[in-house]
Structures are given as C-alpha cells and as structure tokens.
Design a binder for this molecule. Structure first.
Ligand code: GTQ
Length: 350
C-alpha cells in the first residue's frame, strides 16, 4: 500500500471501526496475507515415536473400552494447528487400538478413512459387511458413506494408523454420520471377496453376480503381502530409480487408475541402502510412516531420524530429502487426490 497521510489513516481507522459491526473489512489491509505468493503452512514438521505413543494408547486401553469410546484413538495433532485435530490443514491422523475380543461398533460417515496397520495380526475391518483381515503394513480403506466396524478376535492387541479427511469435510461443511443399530453390520460377503474380484488387475465379468460394491470404490484392501513384493521386484529389476522419490508406487483405484479415494492419495517408496533423494517439495503436506529401515528426513534443513513405525509429517511446500542408512521403506498419504481435482497441486523437484 502506498504511504497514507496521518489524517487519511485516522479517517480510515474510523471507517474500519464503524463498518466492523456490519461484517465489513478492508481487503487492502489483508490482501498480502490472504493471497500468498507461495504456501506458508501453519503446520509444523513433527515426528511421533511409535513406542511412546503406544504406551499412552495402551494406558487408554486399560481405562476405556473400544465400545465405550466408539473409536479408541489417540489423535496425532500437528503442534502448529492447536485444537484443529488435524495433522495437516486438510487431513487427520490417529492411532487406533482394538484389544483382544473387542469390537468398535458399526457406523458410517461422509469422511473417507484409510487404515495402515502397525501392530497385530488378523483383526479385521468390515466394510459394508465384508471383512478385510488385517496384517502389519496392510492398507485398508473405509470410503465415505460405507458402514464399517472393527473387531479383534485374536489374543493380541491390534494398532493401526487412521488417516481421514476430517478437516477437509469440515472445511466443506459436509459432515453426515450415523450409528448402526447393532455393533456389527451383517455379513454380506466372504472375507476378501472384493480383493479377489478387483484387487488382482482383473474385474468381474459382466453377467456374473451383480456388483455389490459401490461402482466408484470396489476395492478396499491393499495387502502388504502384495505391495511389498511389488516394490522389491521393481528395485531388483534394474529399473531406473527416481532421483526425488526412490522406487515409488502409488495405490490405485482399479476403476479408473486414479487415487484410492476422492480426498486422499497413498503411496509406498523403497530407498536402497545409502540412497539419498534429491530435494523436492510439493503442495500436498504428507504423512509418512516408516515401514522398515533406518535413515533421516531432512526437512528445510531440520534433520529427523527415522526408525521403524515412526510417523513424520512434512507440511506443504517444505523441501524434503530422504537419506537411507539401511534399505528404507516408507508409506505416505496426502491430499494430492483432492488438490489435483481442484487444479491446485504443484511440485518442485530440485
Ligand atoms: O474408525 O471409523 O480415527 O470414525 C476417527 C474417526 C477412526 C473409525 C478415527 C472414525 C474412525
């Protein structure tokens, strides 16, 4: 703004005071902060050490049941977004615990969720009455609007990372949610049915039994037993490694080859021992989970040590370099899916 005379400034201040009760404000005082020349995320770089978070979660497990809590989850709130219950401005993360014999009762909501298993074997998530039996580092989706309950018939605790678009749905004022009148939604299909039909690069031949799954979202289980060998095969094939990403594969919706859900994208990467990525930044603030190996993330010059099951958030437009001390495998999710639809997504590979 050009220089104003004192008199002019005083008259403007009077104008602001008088119009404020009418909900009117001068854009010229705020324009530079509203329309930024580049992202300035309020979110901070942050790491959650799994074992520390796990201790608190297990203590919560002694005090409240999954049923009483509805979902027994510790929210991973970004320290730069206090009170927001978001790990980035658009996405939520939480650690959910289901103890042996427990059920987290059936509900459905507009929010889309992914689950990335960190501990435990063979508890399940049921989606519209079909179970996905979950093993460590499996990715399981509960797309918006679908009934889901979780249960643990095993004798060991089950813990996974929940990734939801809660802040995005809040932003659009579009939340709907309801409880089912029983704890478990009635079984509609054998466990793994959708994976068998849609998860092996094939689809049901038409004329077969009618499609039960919603047309836009038929597949909801991406097992570690399938994605991990795929990464290894890629790495061992002699394929050129992406200098900014390492060997990287995105989880895909088989319907259109697009991202797994409308608001959330997810991928995995493998960085061979000794590999260091070139610097990269992107507008999709990303939540990373260390699946295996040790190394470092250097984010805008800040070094974060990476160990198995650590969770690290890299906010929008922060430059990141990954260094693999041993072979490093990462899972990541972000709002890239949503940003691409809105023509907002940008990245810069240095
Ligand atoms: O499992 O349905 O972490 O509805 C937050 C909200 C998990 C769930 C969360 C949810 C769920």
């Amino acid at each position: 703004m050009t220089q104003l005379t004192n008199d002019n400034r005083a008259q403007l201040e009077t104008l602001y005071q008088q119009m404020e009760p009418e909900g009117l404000y001068p854009l010229w005082e705020k324009l530079a902060a509203l329309v930024l020349p580049q992202p300035q995320s309020p979110a901070k770089v942050h790491k959650w050490v799994y074992d520390n978070a796990r201790d608190y979660l297990m203590r919560a497990g002694d005090l409240i049941s999954a049923k009483d809590a509805e979902r027994r989850v510790l929210i991973l709130e970004n320290p730069g977004l206090p009170g927001h219950s978001g790990i980035t401005p658009s996405l939520y993360a939480g650690l959910q615990l289901i103890l042996p014999g427990e059920v987290a009762p059936a509900h459905r909501h507009a929010q889309c969720a992914l689950r990335f298993v960190l501990e435990g074997e063979e508890a399940y998530t049921s989606v519209d009455g079909e179970k996905a039996v979950m093993r460590p580092f499996d990715l399981v989706l509960t797309p918006g609007g679908q009934w889901h309950d979780h249960g643990n018939p095993t004798d060991k605790p089950m813990i996974w990372l929940d990734g939801l678009d809660i802040p995005t749905v809040r932003h659009f004022d579009a939340s709907f949610a309801e409880h089912y009148h029983e704890d478990q939604f009635p079984e509609q299909a054998p466990a793994g049915d959708s994976l068998n039909r849609y998860g092996r690069n094939m689809r049901p031949l038409k004329g077969h039994t009618a499609d039960r799954r919603p047309a836009h979202q038929p597949l909801f289980h991406y097992p570690y037993a399938e994605w991990r060998p795929a990464l290894d095969a890629l790495a061992n094939s002699g394929a050129e490694i992406d200098p900014h990403l390492g060997h990287a594969l995105e989880f895909m919706n088989p319907i259109d080859g697009g991202p797994i859900m409308a608001t959330i994208s997810a991928h995995v990467r493998l960085l061979p021992a000794g590999f260091e990525t070139k610097p990269r930044r992107s507008t999709d603030g990303t939540i990373f989970v260390v699946v295996e190996g040790m190394g470092e993330a250097v984010i805008e010059g800040e070094t974060i040590a990476l160990n198995p099951r650590d969770i690290v958030v890299v906010p929008s437009w922060k430059q990141v370099v990954f260094k693999a001390d041993s072979q490093l495998v990462l899972f990541g999710y972000s709002d890239k899916a949503c940003q691409e639809k809105l023509n907002l997504y940008k990245e810069e590979n240095a």
